[in-house]
Ligand binder design. Sequence first.
Ligand SMILES: NC(=O)c1ccc[n+]([C@@H]2O[C@H](COP(=O)([O-])OP(=O)(O)OC[C@H]3O[C@@H](n4cnc5c(N)ncnc54)[C@H](O)[C@@H]3O)[C@@H](O)[C@H]2O)c1
Ligand SMILES: CC(C)(O)[C@@H](O)C(=O)O
Ligand SMILES: [Mg+2]
Ligand SMILES: [Mg+2]
Length: 350
Amino acid sequence: MAKIDFGGTMEEVVTSEEFTLEKAREVLKDEVIAVIGYGVQGPGQALNMRDNGINVIVGQRKGGASWDKAVADGFVPGQTLFPIEEAAKKATVIQYLLSDAGQVTMWPKIKECLNEGDALYFSHGFGIVYKEQTGIIPPENVDVILAAPKGSGRTVRTNFLDGSGINSSFAVFQDYTGRAKERTLAMGIAIGSGYLFETTFEKEVFSDLTGERGVLMGCLAGVMEAQYNLLRKNGHSPSESFNETVEELTQSLIRLVAENGMDWMFGNCSTTAQRGALDWAPKFRDAVAPVFEDLYDSVKTGKETKRVLDLNSADDYREKLNVELDEIKNSEMWKAGAAVRALRPENRKK
Ligand SMILES: NC(=O)c1ccc[n+]([C@@H]2O[C@H](COP(=O)([O-])OP(=O)(O)OC[C@H]3O[C@@H](n4cnc5c(N)ncnc54)[C@H](O)[C@@H]3O)[C@@H](O)[C@H]2O)c1
Ligand SMILES: CC(C)(O)[C@@H](O)C(=O)O
Ligand SMILES: [Mg+2]
Ligand SMILES: [Mg+2]
């Protein structure tokens, strides 16, 4: 493992240079890896593994859109694509990528498919850490491992195709075979990670649930809406409000932040922007800090996961969710966004 100085804290990471694809192939050469669930992470991880020469099959509920997608992606029913339990029975590594709520529903059946020495692989700590809520308690005679890409399943695939790689965290919860760590790292590299950093199941799920509810999506959506509404209230047009809130962020500044960091961004804008942004950043930090405290507490105490499982089990959840999503889609702000995106020169002809 390479030791990296992360701003004064030394951490060990495993890169794809050090743990090569050849090594991953060697570790996994006798394994049958069943990707259970072909939603968002399933395709990204399964296709990358297949392209990397790993023996991968897919298990998915028959008949739905995800099954059809697996077929369209070249998985062949009866050969590399099976109903869930059939695939799980064939596997030596069960890659459990159903939705987190789906994992709970299917667990009693999946548990029956685990043989001594198999590995049960997750991309989230949810099922294991909140076991009182999920009932997911693996038998003692299997490895329980995790590789969690830090990004959407779509990026897992697009990064692989453009020759880069997502970064992922990894953890071992249970090492029955003595091979759990090398299996985890091999899986992490095989799914297309550029590097892997170590975590625990608990740290992964606490940080992941906080991040997606916070800066990555929930907080981001909230602050975007607040600024857009403020500008609109003060007589700015939808196009100006959207451009100043979202389009400039995604098309210009966040790309520069991705390349160079916020420290660089503060040094590479107008002196006017620099002064104002430096002055206002601590005010925003302090305003949202209590909300983040509530969020982390809600995650840690299991309120967030309980809510996910309770709501997902309601019969009309999908219906209600669609209404909620449609409301956002049909809001002025995101309709303005669609119009703005369509004006991008590269989109004009589409
Ligand atoms: N979405 C992401 O980009 C992402 C990123 C990192 C980690 N993860 C984790 O990866 C795992 C998979 O997430 P996802 O977003 O790909 O899942 P998803 O919501 O796309 O669902 C995956 C599949 O589960 C199946 N499914 C759901 N409920 C079922 C049930 N009761 N019975 C049978 N099948 C059922 C669906 O057919 C679907 O194809 C989760 O643990 C998630 O937290 C997801
Ligand atoms: C892609 C995300 C938000 O990072 C993931 O955590 C998820 O649950 O979809
Ligand atoms: Mg998540
Ligand atoms: Mg995440």
